[in-house]
Design a protein around this ligand. Structure first.
Ligand SMILES: [Zn+2]
Length: 240
């Protein structure tokens, strides 16, 4: 069975940026696991703070929302509660991520791009996801399970793609699961302003997807897409 591992800095990130890929994986019968390093309790919960909620309450709120979103997508979810704003890179946290790699044995990994001048937690999560992947590959690394293979890593689309050096080289057709993505987004009322934004983005990426697929595939008018960048070269015997 194939498995997808999504390393998300905050509780909502995986929903806006990768819910389509997750829903496609689980619809195929693959395992999908979301690893949220934090709840986004300080940096991405402004509405709850303005309503006068306190830190622990906000963490529980974001945990419940993200859990509901993962359930809609058919994915498992785990929270490491590492603390956001700032999300600090530590050997202990990287080790915890290694253990998740060894347990999930992902065939594909999704995470944030390595550049984001608007949010330092996102590149920190990406650096740790990549560092842990390499450690999990080492035969001599002391963690349960077998050494990891070489799962390809895809960066999902950041909120300000141009400023994050994000230029898509993969357009994923998420039309068949877009309703699930929208439902997952609607599990996050703390960030309601994002629902329509990411619906519009999926439409635009869908238009680009159709243009790149060409007319012969006969993709429908309402094609929806998600954009990704590959970190490592694609390995193939056939150029396609
Ligand atoms: Zn985030």
């Amino acid at each position: 069975m194939s498995s997808l591992l999504v390393v998300s800095a905050h509780a909502g990130d995986f929903v806006w940026r990768a819910a389509g890929a997750i829903a496609l994986a689980t619809a195929r019968g693959d395992r999908a696991k979301v690893l949220c390093l934090t709840y986004g309790e300080r940096g991405e919960s402004a509405k709850a703070w303005r309503e006068g909620k306190q830190l622990e309450e906000i963490k529980q709120l974001r945990r419940a929302e993200a859990t509901n979103a993962a359930e809609v997508l058919g994915a498992e979810i785990e929270f490491l509660d590492a603390g956001d704003y700032p999300l600090l890179e530590t050997p202990e946290l990287i080790d915890r991520i290694v253990r998740v790699y060894r347990e999930v044995e992902p065939s594909v990994v999704l995470t944030h791009p390595l550049v984001d001048p608007y949010n330092q937690d996102h590149p920190a999560a990406a650096r740790m996801a990549l560092h842990a992947r390499v450690l999990a590959q080492a035969v001599g690394y002391d963690a349960p399970g077998d050494p990891l293979g070489a799962p390809p890593v895809f960066f999902f689309e950041p909120h300000q793609p141009e400023q994050c050096d994000f230029k898509p080289d993969v357009l994923l057709d998420i039309t068949s699961v877009f309703d699930a993505k929208r439902k997952a987004m609607e599990c996050l009322p703390a960030q309601q302003h994002m629902w329509d934004y990411y619906t519009d983005l999926a439409k635009r990426r869908g238009v680009q997807l159709k243009r790149n697929a060409g007319p012969n595939l006969g993709l429908p008018h309402n094609t929806m897409g998600e954009a990704y960048m590959r970190l490592y070269p694609q390995v193939t015997e056939v150029l396609a």
